[in-house]
Design a protein around this ligand. Sequence first.
Ligand code: SF4
Length: 338
Amino acid sequence: MANPIALVTKLAKEGILDSESLKELIEARNEGLESFISVKARKVLSEKLGNKITIKGRISLTNRCKSDCFFCGIRKSNMNCDRYMLTKEQVEERVKLGYDNGIRRFELSSGETDDIADADICNIISSLKESYPDITIELSLGEKKYSSYLSYFRAGAKGYNLRFENSDAEGYSRLCPMGSIDNRRICIAYLKQVGFDMGTGFLVGAPFGSNDINAGNLLYVKETEPSCIDIAPFVPHPDTPLAKFKPGKADKTLFMIAMLRLICPTADIVANEALDVLLEKGRKKAVTYGANVVTVSLDSENACEVRSLYGKEIPYEEPEKTIASVRNKIVKLGFEAV
Ligand code: SF4
C-alpha cells in the first residue's frame, strides 16, 4: 500500500487518483491524516475561492414525493410524515425573511412530485427574480424531463442540485427502488446541457455501500465536473425501512469533503445539515475541511423539511437566529460570511 501522506500530496497535485488509491486513502484515515488533508483542503479553498463562506437559504416548497427511497423520511410510503405544500405567497415570505437577514443565494427544494406544475415553479422563480434581481436561485426538485429543466432555467434559476446517492447500479437500486442510476446520470447530463450550475453528491455510510463504491462515487463526481457538491452521512430515519441500520460516520464524511476539495478545487462544497445531526459542530468542522457553503433552513416550524428528513425530534430554531449564529461562527473561524 502506498504511503497515505504521499497519496494526499498526489491527489492535491493531480486532482484525482485511480480507484484503488482512492479506496486506500479512505481506508487509511486516522487522526494524523485527517489533520494533514484538512490543512491541504483549506489551503486549496483559500487559493481558489478566497476567504468567503456562503450562507445559502433553503426553502422546501413541499415534502410530497411520489418516490419511495428506502432511506428518506419523505418517501411516499411514510404515513407518519405530515405533508405540506407552500403557496407562492409563503415562498415569497420565506425568501424575504432570508433576504432581510442578508442571504442572497437560495435553494428551492421539494420531493419528487408532479403536484406543482412547471408553470407554477417558473412563475415563482421569475417573480422572485423580479422582486430581488440580485439573488441566485437554485433548485432541487429531483428527476424531471429535459423540457422542465429548460423551462426553469429560462425562468431565471441558475443552479440545480441532484444528488446521485450511490454511483453503483445495484447499490443505487437498493436505496432508491423506483429509480435507476442510469436515469439519474441522464438527468445530470440534461442539467449540464441546459446550462445550469449543476450540483450533485452522495451518501456516505449508507447501507449496502463500501469503500469501492465510495471511490466510484468520487470518480463520478470528478467526471461530472459539478459546480456544487453536497455529500452527507447516512442518518437512519425512524419511519423508514432502513431505521435499524447504523448511521454513516460524520468523521469519514469530513475526510471525503477534504478529498473532494482536492478533486474539484473550484467547486462549491456544502456543509450538510446531516453533519450536525451526527456530530457536535459537524458543519463548522466541515468548513475546516474545505466546505465553503453552509445551508440554513428558512422553513417555518410546521413546514420544515429538515425535520421531515431526519425525524421530528430535531429541535426547530427560528431562521433569523440560525442565520445570526451561523454567521457568527463563520467569522470566528476567520472567514467572511456572504
Ligand atoms: S430521496 Fe428524493 S426522490 Fe427519494 S423519497 Fe426522498 S425526496 Fe423522494
